[in-house]
Design a protein around this ligand. Structure first.
Ligand code: 9MJ
Length: 674
């Protein structure tokens, strides 16, 4: 490529990249994929490397061009940057509107209502369409030079577009960080052990005021423009609405959630609608801004010393506040899950007093390292449970110690079992007060002991009155005790007593499932019953013995072992058996054709379902495992078997089909479909 061709192509690429960057960052409506964009970008980088003289300051490659310069030099704004007065109630808003109407002598005024972003106000100066200077508000007269940092914001055009670009334009707007970007940034900061930002506003401010613009460039900053300072050599929009549309045509990002509204009522409707949508917006806002729409009217109203008389901010109640952690409590939920909760010095957030915030689970608590005595920033958005956004490490008292998660249930004293690190659960399911309703409901459910008529309402009454403390208490309920409960007739009472009576005769598998052992569902209960044959064998098995049960791994084995080690649970089991709960002994597949063999099933068998095949194999005495190893004796493969067959071949394990399994069953005199 000669220089002339390169120059033409570079110019073309700059236009293309600016166009697609605008579609992506400003309009949120990209036309090309990220990889196509990257390809164009790299092509331009390549040309500019070959011909450095073609690299102009407003090239998209130059967003991080400036070296850490004499950043933050003072900049005097061509026109002062005003701030806004505030109102906090509908009544104050009505007073504002009355003052405006009185001064204008108008019966009704139209306003443009805009979300009030909680970021950092900036003024960006374009001359002949090119970005020349960006500054913070500072004291309104003099700000700080943040040009190099603002240039890294992808939604901020380096060159204005359209056919009526003013000779000079000082555009005013808010630099902010979208919620999603904020969450990602904080996650990254956490991973690197760096300081977390308390909220998107602090993150935006901290990111924009970086001495090294390369750091700003990595932060997900965005811009919305909402006004102008100096404007010369171009059109003069007659209203705020026209001004915003004009800015959009120049390629500047303007918030699409704005609206032109009529009078005080229109303002209030907009405010209430936005308040409802607040939690779903992709950015944080702290209120609404109303601006008199007509520029002529704005001029008539004029300015106070620091804020215009034609605009006002209507603030929402704060969604975040800083307070102190007085204690950390551990609550036990209905399923026995332990949730750490921070007890806070009460503080107003989002219009209500907040005194507790969830810390989710022990792992999250450890990761965040929230300590008693810490100052934290708490957030409450909409109806969500208040949560801690950040710990203010710099305010941590010297004597604050990491929280030690209890190893015993704070309600019943049973051991706490960790499930895959995240969830901590009380192992005293049969006795723990916190879990009673849930335990009794589960025990009586259809696939457990199937006690018909023992529904939620009844369980609630029985448990809450203290009549049923453990599931064993169900078996000495008397009809007249039931009759004393709400909405209970003689017939229903008799039926329930009968259903309880009937449930005494069950199966070992159902009984095990009914106990509600953490992580033991129906399939595992079945496998345990088949493997051990009786309850005594299971209760005395150690964790190593438990892992020999098909598909019981170390985590499940630990949960089972912890459950049966708990003396209270054992006492309830004894009481159930003393109450006459029995089951036929399970036929144990000893001395079967495949006794001592390990078999793996894979693919779809034509002859029977997977469950039938598994039951049949276990009936023949085999252990059915889920993965192929050196210890596998046979793999039985159906259609579409996957990688297990390949693994078996590698290890020299025989691979058989459904027909061989049927032959074994025939040999043992068993019907595969039973
Ligand atoms: C914010 N922060 O979103 C203004 N603002 O207008 C909007 N701030 C403003 N307008 C004049 N949308 C001064 C400040």
């Amino acid at each position: 490529m000669n220089r002339a061709v390169a120059a033409a192509r570079a110019a073309e690429l700059r236009v293309l990249l600016a166009y697609h960057g605008h579609r992506y960052y400003v309009l949120d409506d990209p036309e090309i994929s990220d990889s196509e964009y990257d390809r164009l970008f790299r092509e331009l980088v390549e040309i500019e490397r070959t011909y450095p003289e073609l690299c102009v300051p407003d090239s998209p490659t130059q967003r991080v061009g400036a070296a850490p310069s004499a950043a933050f030099r003072p900049v005097v704004h061509a026109q002062p940057m005003l701030s806004l007065g505030n109102v906090f109630s509908a009544q104050e808003l009505a007073e504002f509107d009355r003052r405006v109407r009185d001064r204008l002598g108008a019966p009704e005024v139209h306003y443009v209502a805009e979300p009030k972003l909680d970021g950092l106000a900036v003024s960006i100066r374009y001359e002949d369409g090119g970005l020349v200077r960006a500054a913070t508000r500072g004291d309104g007269v003099t700000g700080e030079d943040v040009t190099a940092n603002v240039r890294t914001i992808r939604s901020c055009p380096l060159r204005l577009t359209g056919d009526s670009v003013p000779r000079v334009l000082e555009v005013r707007g808010e630099v902010y960080m979208p919620r999603a970007g904020f969450a990602q940034l904080n996650a990254r900061q956490g991973e690197r052990g760096e300081k977390l930002f308390a909220n998107p506003r602090n993150a935006a401010a901290g990111s924009l005021r970086q001495l090294d613009p390369a750091i700003s460039a990595q932060r997900p900053l965005r811009l919305f423009c909402y006004g102008v300072g100096e404007i010369a050599g171009g059109p003069s929009p007659a209203s705020q609405e026209e001004l915003l549309e004009f800015l959009e045509r120049l390629g500047l990002p303007v918030n699409p959630d704005r609206a032109r509204v009529a009078g005080y009522e229109g303002c209030l409707r907009y405010y209430e609608d936005l308040a409802r949508r607040r939690a779903e917006l992709p950015y944080e806002i702290d209120g609404v801004v109303y601006k008199v729409d007509s520029v002529a009217a704005q001029r008539m109203l004029g300015e106070l010393s620091r804020s215009p008389r034609w605009a006002i901010a209507h603030k929402f109640p704060a969604e975040q506040a800083i307070t102190k952690v007085c204690a950390i409590e551990v609550q036990v939920g209905r399923t026995g899950a332990l949730t750490p909760v921070a007890v806070l010095e009460p503080v107003g957030v989002g219009g209500v007093m907040v005194s507790h915030a969830t810390l989710h689970n022990p792992e999250e608590l450890a990761r965040r390292d929230v300590r008693v005595g810490d100052f934290v920033s708490v957030r409450r958005a909409g109806d969500v449970i208040p949560e801690i956004v950040a710990v203010l490490i710099e305010r941590r008292p010297a004597d604050a110690v990491p929280f030690r998660f209890p190893t015993e249930c704070p309600v019943c004293g049973s051991p706490v079992v960790r499930e895959e690190g995240v969830i901590a659960r009380c192992a005293g399911g049969l006795v723990c007060q916190a879990q009673r309703r849930q335990t009794v409901r589960h025990f009586a459910s259809r696939r457990a002991l199937d006690i018909e008529g023992l529904g939620d309402k009844l369980v609630e009454q029985l448990v809450d009155s203290g009549r049923v403390r453990t599931v064993a208490d169900l078996y000495d309920l008397k009809p007249d005790e039931l009759l004393r409960l709400e909405r209970m007739g003689e017939r229903s009472a008799a039926k329930i007593i009968e259903a309880i009576e009937k449930s005494r005769r069950t199966t070992l598998a159902r009984f095990l499932y009914a106990l509600g052992i953490p992580l033991v569902g129906e399939a595992t209960a079945n496998a345990l019953a088949r493997h051990f044959g009786d309850l005594e064998g299971l209760m005395s098995a150690d964790e190593a013995a438990l892992t020999r049960v098909p598909d019981v791994g170390p985590v499940v084995a630990h949960a089972i072992s912890a459950f049966f080690s708990e003396a209270h649970n054992r006492a309830v089991i004894d009481a159930l058996r003393a109450a006459g709960v029995t089951w036929p002994s399970v036929e144990r597949p000893s001395g079967g054709l495949l006794s001592g063999k390990t078999v793996v099933l894979t693919g779809t068998l034509a002859e029977m379902t997977r469950e039938q095949a598994q039951a049949a194999l276990e009936g023949l005495g085999a252990k059915v495992a889920s993965s192929v190893s050196k210890r596998t004796d046979y793999v039985i493969a159906g259609a579409d078997p996957g990688h297990k067959v390949a693994r078996a071949r590698e290890l020299g394990v025989p691979v058989l089909g459904g027909a061989e399994l049927k032959a074994w069953l025939a040999q043992a005199g068993r019907d595969p479909a039973s």
